[in-house]
Design a protein around this ligand. Structure first.
Ligand SMILES: [Mg+2]
Length: 284
């Protein structure tokens, strides 16, 4: 069969067709989840440093993604450096940045009441948002380790009065050495219970997070691979954003669990260490 070009596909079938018909485009860029793929909290996944070094040596554009909205890219860069990973600040994409990009697009120079930490407030300041509790356009909920009853009460009252409810990520829990921690999704549920309003979640598994990441590095979905450790977030959102996906088994999802899902990744590998030496052709 004659291979048709991307441009020809677009002419014939519209943009959507690209993702389905062009499956052997060369890999030109990577999106990779952070926790469970490159690090386990403060510990390096063995070989992750070599994998990232190869991307940089080959000038392959990449972004490291995290659904956690607590930290700014600069803080994350410093933390990652401690674990032995040297990642430029500009190569880190958080759900807070994706949320700010979304709001900047939807309602430029708007106002928001924020329940969250510096990762989120800094991202909103950078797009020119005014943070206020006086009749804001949005209530934006992110992750913090110090949820205050007073702040949540204010958020509930503002949502009741018509502020649009946004949350950075739907994760119900996050990891810690001592056990699970309640995360953004759990606190969002509290506000939803009180107001009857569901938030719009911007982070994974919303493919919006992937699309904004792709735009950030000027990459195209059909020539980008998404690497993640979770079928229900990384793989599904990579797939829905039109990318090929690689599941690594250094985190949450196991090889056996893959079969339980109605979708599957393009490839399953033990670790990103297995990609060293083949980053230009990961599926060969
Ligand atoms: Mg992960």
């Amino acid at each position: 069969m004659r291979r048709v070009s991307s441009a020809e596909n677009r002419r014939r079938f519209g943009d959507v067709a690209d993702n389905w018909l062009v499956t052997d485009e060369p890999i030109l860029s990577y999106l990779t989840d952070m926790d469970g793929v490159l690090v386990h909290e403060d510990h390096l996944v063995p070989g992750a440093d070599q994998f990232l070094a190869e991307l940089r040596d080959k000038d392959i554009p990449f972004l490291v993604l995290t659904n956690n909205s607590i930290r700014t890219p600069r803080d994350l860069q410093a933390r990652l450096r401690h674990t032995g990973l040297d990642i430029p600040e500009a190569a880190i994409w958080t759900s807070a940045l994706a949320t700010a990009t979304f709001l900047d697009d939807q309602r430029p120079h708007g106002t928001a009441y924020v329940v969250g930490e510096s990762g989120l407030t800094t991202a909103l300041h950078e797009i020119g948002y005014v943070l206020t509790d006086s009749d804001p356009d949005y209530v934006v909920l992110g992750e913090t380790r110090t949820y205050s009853f007073e702040a949540i009460t204010t958020a509930i009252r503002l949502v009741e009065r018509g502020a649009r409810f946004i949350a950075t990520n739907p994760d119900a829990t996050g990891p810690s050495r001592e056990g699970v921690l309640p995360a953004t999704g759990s606190v969002a549920a509290l506000i939803t219970r009180a107001t009857g309003r569901d938030p719009y979640y911007v982070g994974k598994p919303n493919p919006l997070m992937m699309r904004s990441a792709l735009r950030r590095i000027g990459a195209h979905s059909q020539s980008t691979v998404m690497i993640g450790d979770r079928m229900d977030t990384d793989v599904v959102s990579g797939l829905e954003a039109g990318m090929r996906t690689i599941l690594v088994t250094t985190g949450i999802s196991t090889r056996a669990s893959v079969e339980q899902y109605p979708y599957r990744p393009t490839a399953v590998i033990d670790s990103v260490a297995d990609l060293v030496g083949r980053t230009s052709h990961p599926f060969d």
